[in-house]
Write a protein that binds this ligand. Structure first.
Ligand code: NAD
Length: 338
């Protein structure tokens, strides 16, 4: 039987991606929604043929603990709200998927992981690209040194952010700027391409061209991640231009994706030819994989701990950009499970 998923927060990602993906999933299905808007709840009730008693508001959210239709809670709220809803879901005894970034601080991330461990529920983070065939090929090429050792990774995930009133440009809701929202994909890719964790970061804020819009977050940031084998990832993210690429230079050639971080339409090439893979529904595969983990009590390959580890890296990147010094990282505690 399919596990029941409750989506918390019915914004763009839930409506545009996760809801539709839950119509394609094999091991789970949408059974409940949590929203502050009565109008949205009614729309989802109709669109997804939900039971009227499976519509929740943020106030009565904790009542999900008595609802056997809900096995998994998927938190799709602004970043600063992730911690509260993940912890409440765990206390209600539900397994949790949380959108990226896991939280807005390491401290919050630790509390979330602890709450899930204490409650004996699984926590996963919405790193959908682990389920994309192009990214799996990046991992294979890099980790198995198919084109030789990777010496350098160059990654850029940037977007013209638009609307100056949205939560993404407000520190108290987003926790930071493009590094939290987009740069995290580069941080992830650098690690999974070579299958290693960084030992230091070095970062620099880019000059603000629109200080009124970007009052309390960075407009852009450049950073390097250093790895024990000498590999360097050079990354950049910005909210005032578009960019979507990932490249690895190796002893014997190179491989790259551009666009690299989209939901579909990725394009890949290597020094020996074009990469061709069928399109997949990243979100459907991600949610099905988690449902299988829940059913079989297995660790997800995108574990909450991985989201926490990335928050430690993001905080180090910010610290380095602020004080102009290289920040060492000690991630030994996270070596396993990867
Ligand atoms: P959104 O603004 O479209 O949706 C956010 C939802 O939260 C809205 O329904 C809004 O009503 C609700 N909300 C409740 N309290 C709020 C408050 N105080 N302020 C603002 N909104 C509030 O955002 P989104 O793009 O759906 O992003 C939600 C989460 O999903 C974020 O953590 C984001 O990083 C993540 N996300 C991930 C991906 C991905 O590819 N994995 C893509 C997009 C978004």
């Amino acid at each position: 039987e399919k596990l029941g998923v409750a989506l918390v927060g019915l914004g763009e990602y839930a409506s545009g991606q996760l809801g539709p993906a839950l119509k394609e999933t094999v091991y789970c299905r949408l059974t409940a929604v949590v929203s502050g808007s009565d109008e949205k709840r009614k729309k989802w009730l109709a669109d997804y043929q939900l039971k009227p008693e499976n519509l929740y508001s943020y106030d009565d959210f904790d009542a999900i603990k008595d609802n056997p239709d809900i096995d998994i809670v998927y938190v799709v709220l602004p970043n600063a709200m992730h911690a509260e809803y993940v912890i409440r879901a765990a206390r209600a005894g539900k397994h949790v998927i949380c959108e990226k970034p896991l939280a807005t601080s390491v401290e919050e991330g630790k509390r979330m992981v602890e709450a899930c461990n204490e409650a004996g529920v699984l926590l996963s983070v919405g790193y959908r690209l682990h389920f994309d065939l192009f990214h799996q090929e990046m991992m294979r090429l890099g980790q198995n040194r198919i084109l030789g050792k990777v010496n350098r990774i160059i990654a850029d995930d940037s977007m013209d952010i638009g609307d100056p009133n949205q939560w993404r440009v407000k520190r108290e809701l987003a926790g930071g700027g493009p590094l939290m929202n987009n740069g995290i994909y580069c941080v992830q890719a650098a690690q999974y391409i070579i299958g290693q964790l960084p030992i230091a970061v070095n970062a620099l804020f880019l000059p603000k061209t629109d200080p009124e819009k970007f009052t309390d977050i960075e407009e852009g940031i450049q950073w390097e991640m250093e790895f024990a084998d000498g590999m360097i990832a050079s990354c950049e993210t910005s909210y005032s231009r578009n960019g979507n690429s990932l490249r690895a230079d190796t002893d014997d050639g190179w491989f790259e994706l551009s666009p690299a971080y989209e939901y579909s339409g990725l394009k890949g090439r290597t020094s020996t030819g074009v990469l061709r893979f069928p399109e997949v529904n990243q979100q459907a595969l991600q949610m099905d994989d988690f449902a299988i983990c829940v059913k079989t009590n297995k660790h997800s390959k995108v574990l909450g701990e991985m989201g926490l580890r990335d928050l430690i890296i993001l905080e180090a990147i910010y610290k380095s950009a602020h004080n102009g010094q290289k920040e060492p990282l000690d991630l030994d505690a996270f070596k396993s499970p990867s």
